[in-house]
Design a protein around this ligand. Structure first.
Ligand code: NAD
Ligand code: DAU
Length: 351
């Protein structure tokens, strides 16, 4: 991993990943963050590294074929880590088409560019030879497997059964990645992780939203009975898992990544209220999300036994640090919720 294209690097997980690889690895020569800066992209997440000579930001759309091709020609990437996506289930219910074009067509555009740039005989449809050491990693989600009942866990062989427009678009993208491996021999991996939490998460997702509302003494909207279960993974553990797959993962394989941390939403909301010393009367049960998946749980067996990765964070430690991060960064929260972070881009890149 020397010249790395990170798509969606201004978002929550992508920005944590860029920090993680620049901070922990000595093999990185160049990281290019390619991001459209939608409402979810925030360059303030990367303000502390913007003068690092190994880091470059390029604003662009993964659906822009010409732009993506030029990027490959200019930077000669050996590694692609594809985070860019529309990522919020609730928004996908309101605007499914955007999710399909960004998440499926955007993925195919990247795959075409990687194939064209890496394939040794790009005009030969039977050739499966690629430059040595290249790898495309698709960041997917456990939501592609659908919902579980009270028992059971998702393994890599669980059939895909997505229930929301978001998860359908991610499953569609996974299928295209798989097809490019099977048909063209493109060296790919797919990772499917559970719910991430940690610093720099946009406060539309459960944990930052509840922290933000509780701090403002606003009501905490819990969908339905609040007994839906997610498996929470600290974002730094996710970044370490992606590196393990890039370093040691078998080409063409899918790896599930989970935190071994199943929690009901209501328990998380109560934990946040307790940590911030706020009353439970702030909890407001609201109408449930349409098609709401009841439970997700990840079987980590493959990545732990094959690649030696395992989550380092306990949920208690991760939540304590995360709540502290939001308390210590009121300006970040204020800029994100007011939309002021968009001005940062204009100030920084006005020329
Ligand atoms: P996010 O919404 O915080 O960030 C997405 C980023 O993608 C933003 O910076 C946005 O500007 C960028 N983007 C959107 N459309 C783009 C386009 N057309 N071209 C270029 N950039 C574009 O998302 P996140 O939570 O960091 O998730 C990152 C990835 O991980 C996504 O693929 C998501 O499906 C997956 N994932 C997330 C979680 C989670 O809990 N957050 C869990 C499993 C998988
Ligand atoms: O499982 C991985 C997925 O996790 C990722 O693929 C998605 O990108 C990511 O957004 C996340 O999806 P969820 O729908 O699980 O995350 P969200 O934070 O939106 O919701 C978590 C749970 O909390 C879910 O059961 C819905 C519930 N919820 C959420 C919000 C925003 C509430 O009860 N109230 C809320 O206001």
């Amino acid at each position: 991993m020397k010249n790395v294209l990170v798509t969606g690097g201004a978002g929550f997980i992508g920005s944590n990943f860029i920090h993680y690889i620049l901070g922990t690895r000595d093999d990185i020569q160049q990281v290019v963050n390619y991001d459209l800066l939608t409402y979810a992209g925030n360059l303030e997440n990367l303000a502390d590294i913007e003068t690092d000579p190994r880091y470059t930001f390029v604003r662009g759309d993964i659906r822009d074929r010409e732009g993506v091709k030029e990027l490959f020609d200019e930077y000669d990437f050996d590694t692609v880590v594809h985070f860019a996506a529309e990522s919020h289930v609730d928004r996908s219910i309101l605007e499914p088409e955007l999710f399909l074009t960004t998440n499926v067509v955007g993925t195919q555009t990247l795959l075409d560019a990687a194939k064209a740039h890496w394939k040794l005989a790009p005009e030969d449809k039977y050739s499966r030879e690629y430059k040595p050491g290249v790898r495309y990693l698709q960041v997917s989600t456990d939501e592609v497997y659908g919902a579980l009942g009270k028992t059971g866990m998702f393994t890599e062989t669980t059939p895909l059964s997505p229930n929301s427009p978001y998860s359908a678009s991610k499953a569609g993208a996974d299928m295209v990645v798989r097809a490019y491996h099977e048909t063209y021999g493109l060296p790919v991996n797919i990772t499917r992780c559970s719910n991430n939490y940690g610093p720099c998460q946009f406060p539309e997702k459960l944990i930052p939203l509840m922290i933000h509302n509780a701090l403002d003494d606003k009501s905490l909207p819990v969908y339905g009975d609040g007994m839906q279960v997610r498996d929470w993974l600290h974002v730094h553990d996710h970044c370490a898992a992606i590196c393990a797959v890039l370093d040691k993962g078998r080409v063409g394989e899918v790896y599930n990544i989970g935190g071994n941390n199943e929690r009901a939403n209501l328990d998380i909301v109560r934990l946040i209220l307790d940590a911030l010393d706020k009353p439970e009367s702030l909890i407001a049960h609201v109408q449930d999300r349409p098609g709401h998946d009841r439970r997700y749980a990840i079987d980590n067996g493959k990545i732990t036994s094959e690649l030696g990765w395992k989550p380092a964070y306990t949920f208690e430690q991760g939540m304590e640090e995360t709540i502290k991060w939001y308390l210590d960064h009121p300006a970040w929260v204020e800029h994100v919720t007011s939309g002021a972070y968009r001005d940062y881009y204009k100030r920084m890149y006005r020329s």
